[in-house]
Write a protein that binds this ligand. Structure first.
Ligand SMILES: *Cc1c(COP(=O)(O)O)cnc(C)c1O
Length: 505
């Protein structure tokens, strides 16, 4: 890159504060239509408010440039494992923006919002049917919130039976970090359960861990290794025999939709993330929604509100918000994240039963296609067919060429592809966790495979390309140690920031 080009690129990265020039104004205000007032005395005025002074066109360009720095599923392939970055149909947004749904107020009386309540009632029904359980509450705002709800339900159940001594919750070592956090926040002690050599739950270890103090098990299915636990029926039976309950983390249900029901496997309570499986957009980290769905044992403990339908001749009062008899209470204000509920409803009703079944077929075939195309370039720690995601390892690559999973991920950015999840699950060294989702075409998968093969070649022949990647982005590789130790969380005058950096040892 020439000096001039580098300078121009740096200009486009400059923060708004650093583009400021005294006296420039970005707004044209009409003459005041109220009498002019004296300003308060000087001693009460602050002079240190450093607002940027820019013109309107500078501001618009700045915001437009910023928006282009964002990567999203609408730009390109986004195979972030466990996050299910599938394409979100625009129709769902359109439905959620309908004034009758977008502009209602959560405090409106039930008889004015029968349509919205009916939508919630039917969505509860869809999710209950998909999971094969007994009832759904749409209240939790995210997956972790739903886990908290489910674990509090399990706790309330044991307490009501006079078995408050049941304090242990078993959680496999491949679990998402929110699982042990939710169990601990609900007052339980977490006991880690190892996986066996095939990536399934280690049954020996399970049998050794269940006792009178067992409250339950939290398990992700398919596991975060992308595997369907072949021991699952035995796992559920063992936990139940010891008096525990089984929590299923169904954040990513793509592989099971229309094929396997948690209820049939004996699970007691499950959650699913509408922002993963059911196309609520979540690239920027929210907003989400995590309905919690319970079997017969726990359905009375669901958080409120749960929408109920009265068999009434008066259609204007058919649906109302109810409180399950032993409800653990509310997870937040009002009715959960309503916009996300509308999108999920729109998505499920657009697909219908056949479409739902097609989703899981395509999600699993896509992941297995990537598995078989890339198995010669990367290590495959569990050599068996996968579900909706596949976990590779860059272990040999790292050993032979000093190229890590991080380097591979950073290099993918140069090719315009979002990196996969790295270093998770924790039990896989140098993990690269790829979830293509069902919404990608064979052409997209083929071009991803071609890029990954090229990166594997580069790792052998030109590893410096990977060590220094990304080369082509507004910000190149960040200093992660410094970001963790001395994060800069607010803007400061450039001179002050530079002085500080110079003084850093
Ligand atoms: C994303 C995820 C969660 C947490 O969901 P949030 O909505 O981010 O709180 C829990 N478990 C698994 C397996 C996940 O992928």
């Amino acid at each position: 890159m020439s000096g001039l080009m580098r300078e121009l690129a740096a200009g486009r990265r400059r923060l708004l504060m650093d583009r400021s020039s005294p006296g420039r104004v970005g707004a044209t205000l009409p003459p005041p239509d109220v009498p002019e007032q004296e300003l308060p005395p000087d001693s009460e005025l602050r002079e240190d408010l450093d607002f940027p002074e820019v013109t309107e066109s500078e501001l618009v360009r700045y915001l437009a440039q910023l928006s282009q720095f964002n990567f999203s599923i609408d730009h390109n392939f986004y195979p972030l494992g466990s996050c299910t970055m599938k394409y979100n149909p625009k129709l769902n947004d359109e439905v959620a923006s309908l004034p009758g749904l977008a502009q209602i107020h959560p405090l409106q009386p039930d008889d004015q919002v029968q349509g919205a309540l009916r939508l919630m009632y039917e969505l509860q029904g869809y999710l209950t049917e998909i999971t094969g359980l007994a009832g759904t509450s749409l209240a939790p705002m995210a997956g972790a919130d739903a886990e908290l709800a489910g674990m509090l339900m399990i706790r309330a159940y044991h307490h009501e039976r006079g078995e408050a001594w049941r304090r242990n919750v078993l959680i496999p070592d491949s679990a998402h970090g929110t699982n042990p956090a939710s169990a601990a926040m609900s007052g339980f002690d977490v006991v880690e359960l190892p996986s066996d050599a095939h990536g399934d739950t280690d049954l020996e270890a399970l049998r050794a861990s269940v006792g009178d103090d067992l409250a339950g098990l939290m398990i992700t299915l398919p596991s975060t290794l992308g595997l369907f636990d072949s021991n699952i029926l035995e796992v559920v039976r063992t936990v139940h025999e010891a008096g525990g309950l089984v929590y299923g983390d169904g954040a990513n249900l793509n592989a099971l939709l229309g094929r396997v029901k948690f209820g049939d496997l004996g699970f007691d309570v499950v959650h699913s993330n509408l922002h993963k499986t059911f196309t609520q957009p979540h690239g920027g980290g929210g907003p989400g929604a995590g309905p919690v769905i319970a079997g017969p044992t726990l359905v009375d403990y669901l958080p409120e509100p749960v929408v109920v339908r009265r068999a009434s001749s008066d259609e204007s009062a058919a649906y109302s918000k109810g409180r399950p008899v032993k409800s653990i209470g509310r997870m937040g204000a009002f009715h959960g994240n309503f916009g996300a509920l509308v999108r999920a409803y729109s998505y499920i009703s657009t697909l219908g039963r056949e479409g739902i079944i097609q989703v899981s077929e395509d999600a699993v075939i896509n992941a297995n296609y990537i598995l078989s195309e890339l198995r010669d370039c990367f290590d495959l720690p569990y050599d068996r067919s996968c579900m909706h995601e596949v976990v590779f390892s860059a272990r040999s690559m790292n050993r032979d060429h000093h190229v890590s999973a991080l380097d591979v991920s950073k290099r993918l950015i140069d090719y315009g592809i979002h990196p996969p999840t790295m270093y998770f699950p924790l039990i896989v060294e140098q993990a690269l966790m790829i979830e293509p989702t069902e919404t990608e075409s064979k052409e997209t998968l083929d071009s991803f495979v071609a890029v990954m093969k090229e990166i594997a070649r580069e790792a052998r022949e030109e590893p410096h390309l990977l060590h220094e990647a990304p080369h082509d982005t507004p910000n190149t590789r960040v200093d992660e140690a410094r970001a963790a130790r001395r994060p800069e969380l607010r803007w400061r005058r450039r001179e002050a920031a530079e002085q500080d950096q110079g003084g850093e040892g």
